[in-house]
Design a protein around this ligand. Structure first.
Ligand SMILES: [Zn+2]
Length: 675
């Protein structure tokens, strides 16, 4: 399943050349963005503020956003390009069933505000009627299966994964789920802020039921029932930190064992109901959750489950319904993220289309935005970073030969993919027309769910990408052992052909080193070069490496956000290992390049200083307190401020470059070392 896979992918953010060779176009001073600096701030006390303070002052967060940074600006740039491409498709008559017809019609249906508002909730009537007609536990199970297929997060999640122990095989996976708040902590934490968010959530559920026509008192009772059920599911759920251990979420079972692990639930019937009766074994990722859910199936009255399902349906599809539902849904989003204003309709539809038809859109996008020459330029940097990692692994003093050989073999086997897939996704069986909008969304969800489930039992398709080409992000996949850089992130400020090489190494070089390091972070290092969960470390080396990543965890745990909330060191260990390892590799690759020999000072800033300024600029951003809280609870990456300061505080190269005295906040006295 996509969600489960994403939990394992080492992404650059949670959730966008020839110029480097000697003799290329002269580096532009503008591309160093010295106007982003706050030269009143001290680089030795807070480098993030020094590098980005000027930018921060000039870029307040727009009302429709919960945070605002370089990633958002790139994303909006992409969204505007995509809007033009889609609008063109919507205007041009295309053959029925062609990708262009679907891209154009999806957008037209999303933009048809009049039809959407006139229909209100009526497109969901067949679904609401089906929920109302449930009269038995087996009927409940049948309806849950159907809702999951059309994209509703009801009770739990179902999908596919590469088998951890045999990466050439695709197996099914069932995961915990069925809650509306971002994570179990939102239901269980007893601090005033989390209590307040829960109270707001219950009111939001009640108001949504009122929009369906339920009286105020009834709606309030229903909301309380939903909250009680979701809280039970949350209590049975595994924490995000626990889920980082692949062994903890890997329990392959046959039908007999599955039924025993999930009382009152018939798995073979369920597989028939979702349309895949041939499935006989899956990974029941969180057995404790399913054990509790099975008990609840009988102990919670059927009428209450029906109220819960009604809510899950509305929670999934309110953003695609009429104005009252959209506004009510945004009200809750606002509580969770701090965003103050709904984004324009075109932007919301473009975002939805990215999920529904993202690769059809991506094909149009790369044709316009990503010439083959970009690929070559980017590969040149990537290969220098790769060489730096190879040389580190070959010379690490503490690594025993057995571990070293396995590590080098893993790096040699690591695949690299730039820009976009070689093989485009086939949308021919997906039906899209001019409306209703929400029906298109349901069809797209079902298409995607079937596409994923169809992979079970088949050989792994190694050409598949998990991010669309227009995505401003990158990822490492431990089961594939490959690193992926979509076209969307291969543009300024990450990669700028006009920028000094130092800046490109500090920014894109960091992204690349980060993804490569994921193959060797506390999680990725549990998989071998073929993507199998298999220990290749000698006990002594494993201990040494564990101490290095524990250092990262301790270091980041000291940082706080929104006043009282500590960064969860154990949640961010993998990502911050990748940040430190990655930036160190980028530094070495820069120093080994010819571009370094030719690099010049700009406005008094040495090439080494430019490198760190370029790195910090990746994270130029402002964030609202509610969003900072949400991210620190669920995001395996540290906040932007600490990705910069926490990483640099562990780099002696940084201390030497900016003459940072010992004892300053930008120096970790117990320095963590990955490479
Ligand atoms: Zn990452």
């Amino acid at each position: 399943m996509r969600l489960q896979r994403l939990a394992l992918l080492g992404m650059f953010i949670a959730l966008s050349g020839p110029a480097l060779a000697a003799g290329a176009a002269p580096a532009s001073v503008d591309a160093l963005h010295l106007d982003w600096l706050d030269t009143q701030a001290s680089p030795a006390r807070n480098f993030f503020e020094y590098a980005n303070g000027g930018w921060q002052k000039r870029h307040p967060i727009p009302a429709a956003y919960s945070s605002w940074g370089t990633f958002n600006i790139l994303q909006i740039r992409n969204e505007k390009i995509i809007r033009q491409l889609i609008e063109q498709a919507a205007r041009t008559p295309a053959a029925l069933g062609s990708a262009e017809q679907k891209v154009g019609d999806f957008y037209a249906s999303g933009m048809d505000r009049k039809l959407i508002d006139r229909l209100g909730v009526s497109p969901l009537s067949p679904e609401l009627d089906a929920i109302g007609a449930i009269s038995s536990i087996s009927g409940l199970q049948r309806e849950v299966a159907h809702l999951q297929m059309i994209g509703v997060d009801a009770m739990f999640g179902i999908g596919e994964m590469q088998d951890f122990e045999n990466s050439s095989r695709v197996i099914g996976i069932a995961t915990q789920g069925g809650i509306g708040l971002p994570d179990r902590d939102y239901y269980l934490e007893q601090t005033p802020k989390f209590r307040q968010i829960r109270a707001e959530y219950v009111s939001h559920i009640a108001r949504t039921f009122q929009l369906l026509g339920d009286g105020k008192a009834l709606a309030a009772r229903e909301a309380a029932i939903v909250m009680a059920i979701e809280t039970r599911l949350a209590k049975a759920s595994m924490s995000l930190v626990e889920q980082r251990n692949p062994r903890a979420v890997y329990h392959v079972m046959d039908l007999v064992t599955l039924d025993r692990a999930t009382p009152n639930f018939a798995w073979s019937e369920y597989f028939r109901e979702i349309g895949y009766p041939q499935i006989t074994r899956i990974n029941l990722a969180m057995p404790k959750f399913f054990g509790a859910l099975g008990q609840d199936l009988r102990s919670i009255p059927l009428e209450q489950w029906k109220i819960y399902l009604r809510w899950r349906l509305l929670d999934a599809f309110s953003p695609y319904l009429s104005k009252p539902f959209v506004d009510e849904n945004f009200g809750m989003e606002s509580v969770l993220t701090g965003a103050k204003q709904l984004r324009p309709r075109w932007q919301r539809v473009v975002r939805a289309e990215d999920g529904a038809l993202g690769f059809a859109v991506g094909k149009l996008y790369v044709r316009k935005e990503f010439p083959p020459s970009s690929k070559a330029a980017v590969l040149a940097i990537l290969h220098r970073i790769r060489a730096a990692l190879k040389s580190d692994l070959a010379t690490l003093a503490w690594m025993a030969p057995a571990t070293r050989n396995a590590a080098l073999a893993k790096l040699d086997l690591m695949g690299e993919r730039i820009g976009y897939p070689d093989k485009w996704r086939d949308y021919s069986t997906l039906r899209i027309d001019r409306g209703p909008y929400v029906v298109n969304v349901m069809r797209a969800n079902e298409f995607e769910q079937k596409r994923e489930l169809s992979k079970i039992g088949k050989p792994v398709d190694r050409s598949e990408w998990y991010m669309t080409p227009q995505t401003v992000n990158a990822y490492y996949d431990p089961s594939m052992n490959d690193i992926n850089f979509p076209a969307g992130i291969l543009q300024p400020p990450f990669f700028d052909p006009k920028a000094p090489a130092a800046v490109n190494y500090g920014s894109l070089g960091w992204v690349m080193g980060h993804e490569m390091t994921h193959g060797f972070d506390d999680q990725g290092s549990k998989f071998d070069g073929h993507g199998n969960l298999r220990n290749w470390w000698t006990p002594r080396d494993a201990k040494r490496f564990h101490a290095a990543t524990a250092c990262i965890s301790n270091h980041f745990s000291r940082y706080t956000v929104d006043g009282d909330l500590h960064v969860q060191g154990k949640l961010v260990t993998g990502e911050e290992t990748a940040d430190l390892g990655g930036l160190t590799l980028a530094w070495r690759a820069f120093h080994a390049s010819r571009a370094y020999q030719d690099a010049k000072s700009i406005d008094g800033f040495t090439p080494d200083q430019q490198f760190f300024i370029g790195a910090a600029h990746v994270w130029a951003s402002n964030i609202r307190p509610a969003e900072a809280r949400r991210r620190v609870t669920i995001d395996p990456h540290a906040p932007a401020l600490y990705r910069v300061n926490g990483t640099l505080a562990n780099m002696p190269q940084f201390q030497a470059t900016f003459h940072v005295p010992a004892g300053s906040p930008m120096v970790n006295p117990h320095r963590c070392v990955i490479w």
